[in-house]
Design a protein around this ligand. Sequence first.
Ligand SMILES: Cc1cc2nc3c(=O)[nH]c(=O)nc-3n(C[C@H](O)[C@H](O)[C@H](O)COP(=O)(O)OP(=O)(O)OC[C@H]3O[C@@H](n4cnc5c(N)ncnc54)[C@H](O)[C@@H]3O)c2cc1C
Length: 221
Amino acid sequence: MGLERTVDVAVIGAGLAGLAAARQLHRDRLEVVVVEARDRVGGRTLNHPIGDGKIVEVGGQWVGPGQDRVLALIDELGLPTRHCGDESGTGGSARLLPRTARRPRPAHPAHAERFGHQDDGRLRHRPDAATPIDYIEKDWSADEWTRGCYGAFTPPNTWTEYGPALRAPVGRIHWAGAETATIWMGYMDGAIRSGERAAAEITALLGETRRATVASAGRTR
Ligand SMILES: Cc1cc2nc3c(=O)[nH]c(=O)nc-3n(C[C@H](O)[C@H](O)[C@H](O)COP(=O)(O)OP(=O)(O)OC[C@H]3O[C@@H](n4cnc5c(N)ncnc54)[C@H](O)[C@@H]3O)c2cc1C
């Protein structure tokens, strides 16, 4: 079987932006193929197995208020979330090596249960937290298909001066990606928004063409 295939839209990249675009285009009844350079989907979101069926996130993981698109998608897919309070620096790889051991802060009950606490409400690690069981490092900057994290590296004023140019179609190419988002730029929410925005642009263009073709075929029957 040959590899040649004709589709309405080829989506390059199966990160959240590409997948959100493909999903929307498929819903819009366009024929889509997603082309991904890696042997996995997800882009800058990545689960790292730590054994016993557990994982630690080495990419995007936190969502919060105002990130409506990613929260809606989580809801729609019925995925669980876990409240992490307002404590930054705990969670993800901190499950293995709590930084809170060095910088005590007011304890969230969930963290206190995991890491231990003392009477003033501040976190203090349990003795076993001082001997981490493993260490995981992911150098996204060295990753051929990312080369920077957590968002793209840009010099000052790039977004304010040239932001709209990142989103302007070039011929038949439409651009998505977290860095093209106007809200939550650089975040998972922005990635999803950007994919949906690019899909809407394409559907508007191709949908019109397709509707016109169908209508004209109907007239000639
Ligand atoms: C360590 C880390 C922590 C983060 N923490 C958070 C967080 O807590 N909350 C949050 O909201 N966001 C976080 N982010 C950011 C979030 O993960 C990204 O904004 C989002 O996943 C980007 O999605 P994207 O689809 O725009 O890009 P990407 O995920 O980068 O997807 C691009 C895809 O295109 C593929 N690709 C590239 N070039 C080609 C090519 N030539 N041909 C085919 N395929 C190609 C890549 O392999 C990749 O799969 C974090 C990111 C990192 C790395």
